[in-house]
Design a protein around this ligand. Structure first.
Ligand SMILES: Nc1ncnc2c1ncn2[C@@H]1O[C@H](COP(=O)(O)OP(=O)(O)O)[C@@H](O)[C@H]1O
Ligand SMILES: [Mg+2]
Length: 275
């Protein structure tokens, strides 16, 4: 079964889209250099703002016929076919494919509330095409909305990106609770938290160091930390050029940290033993 990794946190600006796009691209590179017969990775953008869609495809003009919106609105029987038709290659790599978001996703959420089976309208068609991909990476919007619930129900693994600030770490607890609620309440036992990713870490800021130490010392959260990404201007510049961080500057501190994370995830996802 291919793994589906969701990046989630109801806070905006914590690095969800940066992480989703660069992890997806990084996994393709790792798989290809390991000689994997199928290095394809699918990036699913469930945020109506479409940042992940924009940087990877150069556009966020997707709508009724070529985006996730089309999949959510399709009849159950047609949804896998519509999904296949809406997936497009990214500008970053031929083997990185994208299911674009759309500004229409906001209204889709409103229309779907109360519709039977609505929370499974992503998980269901995705499960039908998952075998075509080595992995799927899902970016989410900054809220616990129906759309985010759909993303969590489609996932096997969740990473929560968090900035090393006090109030952010309080939000972290509610993100963890939400994932637990999906696993237990929705009977989705395959979903597990595969990590807390500390982002925008500035070693010069005392509060950042303090919080990272507290997180590391925490009996449960400490074991969940899967990486620390430094605050690094290269991230902003790569976005301005719609490039992956690895292409923009593979030697940048954030690139090296993301490369480490991708290596760890690849071992977790693709080694026969798992972790
Ligand atoms: N490691 C980093 N260093 C510096 N800036 C970053 C870093 N990660 C993200 N950013 C910047 O922070 C902003 C929010 O990042 P983004 O990935 O879009 O967050 P989210 O998807 O959670 O809203 C963007 O402008 C991005 O360029
Ligand atoms: Mg985002």
């Amino acid at each position: 079964m291919s793994r589906t990794l969701v990046l989630t946190n109801h806070k905006g600006g914590v690095g969800k889209s940066t992480s989703a796009t660069n992890i997806a691209f990084g996994l393709v590179q790792v798989l290809r250099s390991a000689g994997a017969p199928n290095p394809r990775v699918l990036l699913v953008d469930t945020d109506s703002q479409g940042h992940a869609t924009l940087v990877t495809t150069g556009s966020k003009d997707y709508g009724t016929h070529d985006s996730l919106y089309s999949v959510l609105m399709a009849d159950r029987k047609d949804a896998p076919r519509v999904l296949t038709e809406c997936i497009r290659p990214s500008n970053w790599d031929n083997d990185l494919h994208v299911l674009p978001a759309s500004a229409l996703l906001e209204s889709a959420e409103r229309e779907l509330i109360g519709v039977a089976g609505a929370p499974y309208r992503l998980a269901d068609p995705l499960s039908k095409i998952a075998h075509q991909y080595a992995a799927i990476v899902v970016d989410t919007r900054p809220s616990f909305s129906l759309m985010t619930e759909m993303a969590l129900l489609a996932a096997t693994d969740a990473i929560i990106p968090v900035e090393p600030r006090y109030l952010e770490t309080i939000g972290l607890m509610s993100a963890l609770q939400k994932i637990n609620a999906i696993r237990e309440g929705w009977r989705h036992p395959n979903l597990r938290v595969s990590g807390i990713l500390v982002t925008k870490m500035d070693r010069r800021v005392r509060g950042h160091n303090q919080l990272l130490e507290e997180l590391q010392a925490h009996s449960i959260l400490g074991r969940l930390i899967c990486g620390v990404i430094p605050a690094n201007e290269a991230v902003t510049y790569s976005h301005h050029r719609n490039q992956s961080l690895f292409m923009y500057d593979p030697r940048a501190a954030a690139s090296k940290a993301y490369a480490q994370l991708v290596g760890r995830l690849a071992r977790q996802f693709f080694s026969k033993r798992g972790e």
